[in-house]
Design a protein around this ligand. Structure first.
Ligand SMILES: Nc1ncnc2c1ncn2[C@@H]1O[C@H](COP(=O)(O)OP(=O)(O)OP(=O)(O)O)[C@@H](O)[C@H]1O
Ligand SMILES: [Mg+2]
Length: 624
């Protein structure tokens, strides 16, 4: 780290501290008041000790008898000072703690709130691990120096008080103070400068070690089945070793500087005694003053360290703050409009894509984004079912995301009931469209909570109705606690197909007017998949039908659709019924046949093996 950047870190670190103070001014004032009270009392206690020695102990030794009144007064004063110091420490600690943890909580809230506001395109560019550490360790790091800050501010006041009282006592002793205190300060600065890069490295390695650990637990299934345990352990061990070395180098530096920081005030005390004895003999100072000053140097050694603590935490704080700021200042928000579709309109909605083009933002800003959709036009008329078919990577999931307005098109429009989705309110959109994603997400909660998501007005009857439509009522009823069964993190206690049906039921429970199914039943038996779609198209009496846009591969499913939109490389190649496309579009026929062949092979495989839910889930994931 060069001088220049470390000065920059200091400047920006102080700015972060200033921001913390501006956000919590009153608590900060309480903490600093406590700390200043403590600091002034430390200086005062040195003078009281001096007075006790000079005015009580020395005369007592000379006279051979102890003045009880004087002793009582001295004891009372010291006790009083101690009590006030306790008050000071209490105020400082409490204030600093409140300030630090309130700031942490406030920024954690702001960061996670921001995650939910930022559009999908932003999330696609940022890894989950980073988001976790932004909300967690980065927020913590940013506000670490808050804990010792009031102490450091109080110490500065204390040092000024100490030097001033030295000048009042004797100029020669004041010069010793002027030599020692700045030297202590300078030593602290050098210490923290040396420490900063080591701490930063350790912080980065901590994140990496936990990242690798997280990944290997998460991918335990892959690691085990591929027999990569040894390699995975070695990968982890290498990083853990680096972290150990980084922490040892932190410890080594501490080992060098800590004794120096301890020794300097002791040397100061020694200098005071030498200079002081000389001045005492000259008659310039009294014994009381000499003892006071010597004692002052010993009691100051500890608080001066507080300044070092703040300085040492500043680089980490700046690094954490920068990462937090990156989230809070992230742009690319998707503003919602203020139009709502007619709330009384309960029937199915119409979806219209008109000349829609789309490109994902490039990983690095200077690279061009590649177009993944070009002039896509099609519609899903009210109450109809349209199947989206195309080879892998042809843009089906992208179309699904556009239909639910997770992303906005580069050109062209996506409209619901003729209204551009960008003009709709968030509530109107969420109430109209439900997207069931390719990869199901299940919360670590009960089945009921996973389906209702705390949406108002979703009763148990609605939940069961949705489960029935998703062909999930059977297995949910068989769970030990029915709707109250907890399904584990990401639904680990469920099979892949069960998870998919649960997320489908979640979408249905909101009574959407347009249902977008992105390969949402791929892990479900083909017969069950067709049954689900048939049920959705003609729901039992009472349930309003939704328009359906379904990404599908299986012939039985596709055949249920009123129309098929066939995509290749982000372009609509053909539209028509399944039979028409089979007859006229060779690519379409090839794709559907190839998929069917794979299905048959897999079905045969199933009859050979005893397949547990665990491996059948894996099989699907590896396949896709
Ligand atoms: N987050 C992303 N960033 C950049 N490119 C992406 C992103 N997601 C998808 N793509 C690219 O966009 C294209 C279309 O992807 P999309 O997920 O829509 O395909 P798909 O038809 O759903 O494929 P599959 O059948 O495998 O699910 C692909 O070329 C893919 O590489
Ligand atoms: Mg997809």
């Amino acid at each position: 780290m060069t001088n220049r950047t470390s000065r920059d870190v200091l400047r920006r670190g102080l700015w972060v501290l200033g921001r913390a103070i501006r956000e919590q001014p009153r608590i900060f004032a309480v903490a600093v008041a406590g700390s200043v009270l403590f600091g002034l009392l430390v200086v005062a206690s040195a003078y009281v000790v001096g007075a006790v020695v000079g005015d009580v102990v020395v005369p007592a030794i000379e006279r051979g008898s102890v003045g009880v009144a004087a002793l009582a007064l001295a004891a009372g004063t010291l006790l009083g000072i101690s009590v006030l110091r306790v008050v000071g420490i209490f105020g400082r600690r409490l204030g600093a703690g409140y300030m630090q943890f309130r700031l942490q909580a406030a920024y954690r809230r702001r960061v996670t709130r921001r995650y939910l506001d930022l559009p999908l395109s932003w999330h696609q560019r940022n890894a989950t691990g980073t988001l976790l550490s932004n909300a967690n360790s980065d927020v913590e790091a940013a506000w670490y120096p808050i804990a010792p800050l009031p102490f450091a501010v109080g110490t500065l006041v204390m040092l000024v008080g100490a030097v001033a009282s030295l000048f009042v006592t004797d100029w020669a002793l004041a010069l010793v103070g002027l030599a020692v205190f700045p030297a202590l300060f300078a030593l602290n600065v050098v210490y923290s400068r040396r420490m900063a890069p080591r701490q930063a490295r350790a912080q980065r390695l901590r994140a990496e070690v936990s990242g690798i650990a997280h990944e290997s637990f998460d991918g335990a299934l892959v690691v085990k089945t591929m027999g990569r345990e040894a390699q995975e352990t070695a990968r982890f061990a290498a990083r853990a070793g680096e972290l150990r070395d980084a922490l040892i180098s932190v410890g080594r530096l501490r080992g060098v500087f800590d004794p120096m920081l301890e020794a300097l005030p002791s040397l100061g005390t020694l200098a005071v005694l030498v200079v002081g004895t000389f001045r005492l003999r000259q008659g310039a100072i009294t014994v009381t003053e000499l003892v006071s000053v010597a004692f002052l140097f010993t009691v100051l050694a500890f608080p001066v360290r507080a300044i070092g603590w703040v300085l040492a935490e500043l680089p980490r704080s700046v690094a954490g703050w920068d990462r937090v700021r990156r989230v809070l200042d992230a742009t690319g928000e998707m503003p919602y409009g203020d139009r709502a579709l007619d709330p009384d309109e309960a029937g199915p909605a119409t979806l219209t894509f008109t000349d829609v083009s789309f490109a994902y933002e490039p990983a690095e800003a200077h690279l061009p984004g590649t177009e993944v959709l070009g002039q896509v036009s099609f519609d899903v008329p009210a109450g109809r079912t349209v199947a989206l078919v195309g080879p892998t990577g042809s843009g089906k999931s992208t179309i699904a995301a556009l239909a639910a307005r997770l992303v906005d098109p580069l050109a062209g429009t996506v409209a619901l009931d003729g209204v551009d989705v960008r003009e709709l309110t968030a509530a109107s959109l969420a109430g109209t469209v439900a997207l069931v994603a390719q990869v199901p997400f299940v919360f670590d909660d009960t089945v009921r909570a996973n389906i209702t998501l705390d949406r108002p007005g979703v009763t148990d009857d609605d939940v069961w109705a949705a489960l029935r439509l998703a062909e999930a009522d059977g297995f949910v009823a068989a769970l030990p606690d029915g709707l109250d069964t907890t399904v584990g993190e990401r639904g680990t206690s469920l099979s892949g197909g069960q998870r998919q049906r649960l997320t489908l039921a979640r979408a249905l429970a909101g009574r959407p007017r347009l249902l977008v199914l992105d390969d949402a039943t791929s892990a479900v038996d083909p017969r069950v998949e067709a049954a689900i779609l048939a049920g959705l198209r003609a729901p039992a009496a009472g349930g309003p039908a939704a328009s359906i846009l379904v990404v599908a591969y299986r012939r039985a499913t596709i055949a249920l659709a009123d129309e098929v939109v066939y995509l290749e490389q982000g372009r609509v190649v053909a539209r028509g019924t399944h039979a028409e496309l089979l007859a006229t579009v060779p690519g379409y026929a090839d794709l559907v046949t190839a998929y069917e062949q794979a299905e048959t092979d897999r079905a045969q495989q199933r009859t050979y093996d005893e397949v547990s839910p665990l491996t059948s889930g894996l099989e699907v994931e590896v396949d896709r």
